[in-house]
Structures are given as structure tokens and as C-alpha cells.
Design a protein around this ligand. Structure first.
Ligand code: ADP
Ligand code: MG
Length: 216
């Protein structure tokens, strides 16, 4: 093969490779968008609502731009079942994160979580656990910026510890964590009456409470 033919051939190969890579990215984007819509939108009367616990961490609660962006994302994508703002003391934060006891970042994490108020939300939705974790993105902020630049941790995370918000990692953890922050929350009532009410409505969003409530 002549030199020019080889050049032409390898140029074409690079071009083909780029085209395949771009098509794969577009395909991945479409699949992600469809999955996201399916798992986060509570389809009326069909998908049972799953609950998850979200905690907006102190540095995000202190930042009005971050907080309003996060709140918009929450109220547009989930049903907000409960909300409260609390200041954690060392004992409560240590207890909540006890699974990480002994890890190098444990003390740093507990101190940070006590450094200001946190907003705690019980969120409902079809696949709410995965949906909220997807909205958050990867744990480490820099990794999030690289892998998922539009996720909350990429946008507002400032370190591995100050990574915007917490999200339960499974329905079982969600139940345990909801009980931790809302001991009065009745899962019996949720499964027997409230879930259907939140799923089928009529409900409206109360901005003052930052919660969905039954429409009278
Ligand atoms: P996630 O919040 O994504 O479920 P983990 O449960 O592993 O992550 O960790 C709990 C929290 O501990 C994280 O949200 C983060 O604030 C902090 N953390 C986790 N890994 C590190 C780390 N390598 N360095 C510093 N802080 C960390
Ligand atoms: Mg976790």
C-alpha cells in the first residue's frame, strides 16, 4: 500500500472511531434521560411511592444559591413528604454516621455535620432512593465534576466531605434513617393510607412548609 493510501486509511479509521464514540455518547444520554424520567416521576396510580431520606449539608444550607437550586430540583422531581431544619449535636451526628466509625474521615465528617443547620427531607417517588442518589452524583465532588458535571455534588460540592447532601443507599437504610430523624413517622400509616394519598392526590406544594400536603 502506498504511503498516501495508508494515511487516507488511518484518517478514515479515526473518523469512524470518533463517529462511533459520539453515537455511543448520544445513545447513553438518551437511555439515561429515559431511565431518569421513569424512575423519578411518580406515575399516577401505577408505581408505588418509595421513600428516601435527603439531608442538605451545612455548607449548602448556608449558600442561598445552592439551596434554592437544590430545593427546585427536589420539588420538581419528588414528592416532599416531610421537611425539617435541625442543628445536629456531636452525639447525634456520630450516631447517624456510625457505620463509618474508624474511617479516616469520620471525625471530620461528624464535625462538619455539626457546623451549621441541616435540612432533612423525606422524599417520595417511583425509585426515589436511586433517583435522589442519581441527582446527587458520585460521593467525591471532583469525581462528580468529571463524571457527571450537571449533578448536585458537581455543581455545589467543595470537597469529599462537603459534598452537598446525603441520600439513603437502599430502601432498608431509608426506613432506618427516616425513623432516626422522624421517630413519630408511622410506616403503618404510610403504607395503608398516606402513600395512596400522595400518589393519587389531590395534593399541592406548600412553599412555607416545603412539603406536599393534601389539597382541601
Ligand atoms: P455517600 O454519602 O455517597 O453515601 P458514604 O456513605 O460512603 O457516601 O460516606 C458518607 C459521607 O462521608 C459522604 O457523603 C462524605 O461526606 C463523607 N466521605 C465519604 N468518603 C470520604 C472521603 N474519602 N474523604 C472525606 N469524606 C468522605
Ligand atoms: Mg452513604
Amino acid at each position: 500500500m502506498s504511503k498516501s493510501a495508508v494515511m487516507k486509511y488511518s484518517k478514515r479509521n479515526v473518523y469512524d472511531f470518533n463517529l462511533i464514540a459520539i453515537s455511543l455518547r448520544v445513545f447513553e444520554y438518551i437511555v439515561n434521560e429515559i431511565t431518569w424520567k421513569l424512575i423519578t416521576k411518580p406515575l399516577p396510580t401505577m408505581v408505588r411511592l418509595e421513600l428516601t431520606l435527603a439531608i442538605i449539608k451545612p455548607h449548602a444550607v448556608k449558600n442561598p444559591v445552592a439551596l434554592s437550586y437544590i430545593r427546585n430540583e427536589i420539588k420538581n422531581k419528588f414528592i416532599v413528604v416531610k421537611t425539617k431544619r435541625v442543628s445536629l449535636d456531636k452525639e447525634t451526628a456520630s450516631n447517624f454516621y456510625k457505620e463509618h466509625m474508624g474511617k479516616f474521615f469520620y471525625n471530620r465528617l461528624v464535625t462538619f455535620m455539626c457546623s451549621g443547620s441541616v435540612d432533612v427531607h423525606v422524599l417520595g417517588g417511583g425509585g426515589a432512593v436511586a433517583g435522589w442518589r442519581r441527582a446527587l452524583g458520585p460521593t467525591a465532588a471532583l469525581r462528580a465534576q468529571f463524571l457527571q458535571p450537571a449533578c448536585l455534588r458537581a455543581l455545589f460540592g467543595i470537597s469529599d466531605t462537603r459534598n452537598v447532601a446525603h441520600g439513603s443507599d437502599s430502601p432498608a437504610s431509608a426506613e432506618r434513617e427516616i425513623k432516626f430523624f422522624f421517630p413519630e413517622f408511622s410506616f403503618y400509616d404510610w403504607h395503608h393510607t398516606d402513600e395512596v394519598m400522595f400518589r393519587k392526590g389531590p395534593i399541592i406544594f406548600n412553599d412555607y412548609l416545603f412539603q406536599h400536603v393534601r389539597k382541601l
